[in-house]
Design a protein around this ligand. Structure first.
Ligand code: FAD
Ligand code: SF4
Length: 514
């Protein structure tokens, strides 16, 4: 038992709202839990209003629950007079004020905070220790160990390792259920409008009072706050309801329409669980187990369960491993030397490209876009247009409700922009308009002509696509996965290529007006 007059301070970061953490199993009167709303966290990039609001609302809810359960809690709100607006500066003050003898914190997920806390020198002698966040399937360095000495980290190898290690979707003799590890080929349908997308049953909160506090504190944000009808879960109970609803209504069709795009549905059959997962209200194990059970009970087809599980057991853990293995240099990578500034319409969604306008528009209104919008619409355009990957990284890190650097940076800089030189993606994720046309319905009503390549109304994706592969020959022409592309380029008459390249130059010089 520690000395009640020399308590232990336990720091809970805004994305560590896990009520099941072993810290909370017993009430300890000599422990003070501390949560803080600080400007150093609201201001390191320009965040979406719903992201700031959602995090603060969830932190406040979490603190309240801890108090109800009998724990001692110190909550430093954004407008509190004692708030020094920085995590370690607040810790300095708390250590002195409470005459603390120990400070404990859960492993931060972001390199920035990890460094701040590791390098922190407390104002008086106290024991500082870090404990596991008890959230992920893997250790921070597990992927790095698995891929030791390998030039490229194949996600598929990591995923199979994870399936075996955690005994997910395996037959009793250790083979993949259904005879295949991956059913991706079955998950590429466009959505014909039926079955109907699941109803939005997320909670609806009025957080206008909190929003006023955030605004009065001078926090700058982007996008709509929707404070009076706030729809993201702010505690575990709400997150679990959302999980139930997804397993029941979304998961059965997740596989089929995982890669689809539609102007008539903003989320299709995606789970909307990333905010609850990344703030640790939900544990990835329980989400994976629920999907596996739904398949075992015959409620969902195997390709749906496998496709969904792969995102969480595979991709989510894999990108985290990539992040920790390559930080801090990862976030400065720019292998293709792209430097073009983001056009202004990234901040208002006003472009005539229907697919891009729709993805940007809903990002601004909802703080959310599904994976294919992020990767094959916004990211695709950005890479083809040679937009500055660092500026884009800051944009992605700010705009999405689920954006935390450990998961956002590998997805943006690695998967989407190939800025890491192909560590993560074996080939760049780019396409011409044909792919967007095949997977969605935006082209039907677009200002641009999806099939045209160099006429005045030609879809910008087409010429940019060929120009991209032509100007980056040194990086990609020997890539076996791009053999078909370079074969087509080789067969293309020189005049055609020059026309496409001239059109591409004109398009890029007119970027602001597309
Ligand atoms: P679903 O499609 O229902 O998938 C279920 C879950 O799987 C997600 O909640 C998420 O936890 C996980 N998942 C799916 N794909 C990935 C992936 N590629 N990497 C890691 N986890 C994945 N995801 C974030 O959580 N935060 C980000 O900041 C983020 N930034 C991204 C930026 C770009 C450029 C791209 C291409 C992808 C990004 N992703 C990010 C991954 C993915 O797009 C989101 O996880 C997903 O869209 C969240 O919506 P959902 O919960 O409805 O996901
Ligand atoms: Fe997007 Fe081009 Fe289709 Fe328009 S025509 S929706 S810009 S792919």
């Amino acid at each position: 038992m520690r000395d009640l007059h020399r308590p232990c301070l336990r720091l809970i970061l805004g994305d560590q709202l896990n009520p099941q953490h072993s810290w909370f199993h017993a009430v300890q009167p000599d422990v003070i839990y501390v949560l803080m709303e600080v400007r150093s966290e609201t201001d390191y990039v320009l965040h979406h209003a719903q992201k700031v609001l959602g995090l603060f609302a969830a932190m406040r809810d979490f603190a309240q629950q801890l108090k109800v359960n009998g724990h001692r809690v110190r909550y430093i709100s954004i407008d509190h007079a004692s708030n020094r607006q920085d995590v370690v500066m607040n810790l300095d003050a708390l250590v002195q004020h409470h005459k603390v003898n120990a400070v404990e914190y859960q492993a931060p997920d972001e390199w920035r905070l990890d460094q701040d806390l590791r390098n922190w020198v407390p104002p008086s002698p106290v024991t500082v220790s870090m404990v596991d966040s008890e959230h992920f399937f893997t250790e921070r360095d597990e992927a790095q160990q698995l891929f030791l000495g390998k030039k490229q980290w194949l996600m598929e190898n990591f995923y199979r390792h994870q399936r075996r290690r955690h005994q997910i979707l395996l037959t009793p003799d250790g083979k993949p259920e259904g005879g295949q590890w991956n059913f991706d080929a079955d998950n590429r349908k466009s959505w014909p409008g039926q079955p109907a997308e699941p109803a939005d049953t997320r909670p609806c909160h009025d957080h206008s009072a909190l929003w006023k506090i955030i605004e009065s504190a001078g926090v700058k944000t982007l996008g709509e706050s929707q404070a009076t009808t706030f729809r993201w879960p702010v505690n575990r109970t709400e997150a679990l309801q959302q999980l139930d609803h997804f397993i029941e209504r979304g998961l059965p069709h997740f596989g089929d329409y995982q890669d689809a795009l539609s102007q008539h549905s903003w989320r299709l059959f995606h789970s909307l669980l990333s905010f609850a997962l990344n703030t640790k209200m939900l544990n990835p194990r329980e989400v994976v187990m629920r999907a596996q059970t739904a398949w075992q009970e015959g409620h969902v087809p195997l390709h749906a369960a496998e496709g969904f599980i792969r995102q969480i057991l595979g991709w989510r853990e894999y990108v985290r491993g990539m992040y920790w293995a390559h930080m801090p240099r990862y976030t400065t990578s720019n292998q293709l030397a792209h430097t073009r500034p983001l056009p202004h319409w990234f901040w208002n969604g006003q472009t005539q490209m229907a697919c891009v306008a729709s993805a940007l528009g809903q990002s601004l209104t909802q703080g959310y876009a599904h994976h294919i919008q992020r990767l094959m619409v916004i990211g695709n355009f950005a890479l083809l247009a040679g937009l500055d990957p660092q500026e884009l990284h800051r944009w992605y890190l700010g705009i999405y409700i689920d954006a935390f650097e450990w998961v956002e940076a590998p997805n943006t800089l690695g998967m989407s922009q190939w800025a890491d030189g192909g560590l993560l993606a074996t080939k760049p994720y780019v396409s011409s308009a044909a792919y967007i046309h095949r997977m969605g319905d935006h082209c039907k009503t677009c200002h641009y002509d999806v099939k045209a390549r160099t006429s005045d109304d030609a879809c910008p994706f087409n010429a940019l696509y060929w120009d991209f592969f032509d100007r980056h020959r040194s990086h990609f022409q020997t890539n076996p996965r791009l053999g078909v592309v370079y074969h087509q380029l080789k067969r293309m008459p020189e005049q055609t290529l020059q026309e496409l390249k001239s059109f591409s130059v004109r398009t890029l010089s007119n970027l602001e007006n597309l």
